[in-house]
Design a binder for this molecule. Structure first.
Ligand code: PLP
Length: 478
């Protein structure tokens, strides 16, 4: 026994390093906050993209090091390299920025280490998660009885939705190969990935021909469903997008919803990128019919400008979600109780989960909704401004965009157009002042504009135009 007590004392001495004193804590917090403030203060002066390889070996050698050295390493090798996702100059892929208030929320959450999966463990955390879900239900016209979850992002949110559709329709065993899903070739790839993960790789996927602006054509979906039913197949789900990743279009949600209802199919809408534009007067009408969805995905880490790590799913049929996600085990018997709210763990693959609700709830409470709405409207206007400037420079642009994603290309007369634009993008990446990405549309290489970082302002677009001119000067043309 004496040996045991002596050993406990020794171990407590060594492990005490994990619990800094109040003074040490305060000094560590100051070091981290100084880094964060320095980063934010110079963010918009710096380029949005820095191409460069990592110089440092990050391997863990099991020895303790000073925090200051580790912060320096983070600054030079992580924060200052690659795409500056926090920068207003990030106009590639689907950005968001990452409002700092969510960082404060994440810090509070990590310090108090809430167990946000079940009500019994943290009733407050679960209440906040559910308040965010209720807020989303309200915005998107979902009934009170719908359930939802704050997942890590759009991919997992879509996975939860598609799993619910699968279980609602019992798509398993011999039914898989006869079952049919209708979607656009422009759905985000995470949809097809999710189908593979949930065992639906072998369902029939009908990629419906799109119109000239890459929207789904409802009449073609209706015709195909009828043909498939006549052929003895099992149509069970239609998937639409409210803001595609490639070109930002919103599919005709209401007409597709009516078809899904009439044919008795599950209607899923991926609004991960575009969803929050429902809050803006000038784009609200595009979202008519979104309330008809059986399941809906919206990403706060896109359209609410939060840091990466939160995507939301709403599902009307609670039983369908619970079928795969609700579980019980003996060691969880203490959590049972009467009249409990929905536990996030019952509608998600996760049990222990990051308490994501606070990073959404805190900024909304701190600022109210108006600044978010203003920011979204600003993004629409900046997209318009960018397109006008590009046209003035002789670029061709895609059709009038629904939201804040668009694309352009230079119609070079002296060179292969695809090759010219590919080289132009290479030079844009070498310059890096503003970051743009590209895509292929019917074999054509186009440069995308995706304006969704809350820090993107008119000045960022003017910088982008100057950068494009610099790249063009280098490239030369007729
Ligand atoms: C329309 C759409 N759906 C889903 C996703 C996947 O979301 P995440 O990257 O958060 O997993 C994206 C990502 O850009 C998207 O644009």
């Amino acid at each position: 026994m004496q040996n045991l007590i002596t050993r406990l004392k020794e171990l407590a001495k060594v492990s005490a390093a994990l619990e800094p004193s109040a003074e040490e804590r305060s000094s560590q917090q100051t070091e981290v906050m100084d880094f964060a403030n320095g980063f934010l203060n110079r963010l918009m002066e710096n380029p949005a993209y820095v191409k460069g390889n990592i110089q440092h070996d990050f391997s863990i050698d099991n020895n303790a090091k000073p925090l200051g050295k580790l912060i320096d390493l983070y600054r030079t090798e992580v924060a200052d390299k690659g795409i500056m996702a926090a920068s207003g100059g990030h106009l590639g892929y689907i950005p968001g920025g990452g409002i700092p208030a969510s960082g404060l929320a994440d810090y509070m959450v990590a310090i108090t280490n809430e167990y946000a999966g079940v009500h019994f463990a943290s009733p407050g955390a679960v209440a906040i998660e559910n308040a965010v879900i209720d807020w989303l239900k309200d915005i998107f016209g979902f009934p009170e009885s719908a359930v939802g979850n704050l997942a890590s992002g759009g991919s997992i949110a879509n996975l939860i939705a598609l799993t619910s559709a699968r279980d609602k329709f019992g798509i398993k065993n011999e039914k898989i190969q006869k079952s049919v899903i209708y979607l656009s070739a422009h759905v985000h790839h995470c949809i097809k990935k999710a189908l593979r993960i949930i065992g639906l790789e072998d369902v029939q996927i009908r990629e419906i021909e799109l119109d000239n602006e890459y929207r789904l054509q409802p009449e073609l979906i209706a015709r195909q469903i009828k043909q498939d039913k006549a052929a003895g197949l099992n149509p069970f789900m239609v998937i639409a997008s409210a803001g595609t990743t490639d070109t930002g279009v919103v599919d005709p949600l209401k007409t597709i919803g009516a078809i899904a209802q009439e044919e008795g199919l599950w209607y899923h809408i991926d609004a991960a990128y575009g969803g929050f534009f429902i809050l803006v007067e000038q784009t609200r009408a595009l979202f008519e019919g979104i309330e008809m969805a059986d399941s809906l995905v919206i990403d706060p880490h896109k359209g609410l400008f939060l840091p990466y790590g939160v995507g939301a799913v709403l599902v009307k049929d609670k039983e369908a979600v619970m079928h795969s996600h609700h579980y019980f085990a003996n060691y969880m018997q203490d959590i049972l109780g009467e009249n409990q709210p929905i536990n996030p763990a019952d509608v998600s693959p996760e049990l222990t989960k990051h308490f994501r609700g606070l990073r959404v709830w805190l900024p909304l409470q701190l600022y109210g909704l108006e600044p978010f709405k203003a920011c979204l409207e600003e993004k629409l206007l900046l997209t318009s401004y960018f397109r006008h400037k590009l046209i003035e420079l002789g670029f061709e642009v895609g059709p009038e965009p629904d939201l804040s994603v668009s694309y352009f290309w230079y119609p070079s007369k002296s060179r292969d157009v695809n090759e010219y634009n590919r080289q132009l993008l290479d030079l844009i990446h070498q310059d890096g002042d503003i970051f743009l990405s590209s895509t292929q549309l019917d074999g054509k290489f186009v440069i995308r504009i995706a304006i969704l970082v809350f820090r993107t302002k008119k000045d960022s677009i003017d910088r982008a135009i100057r950068m494009i001119q610099r790249a063009q000067d280098k490239l030369g043309d007729e």
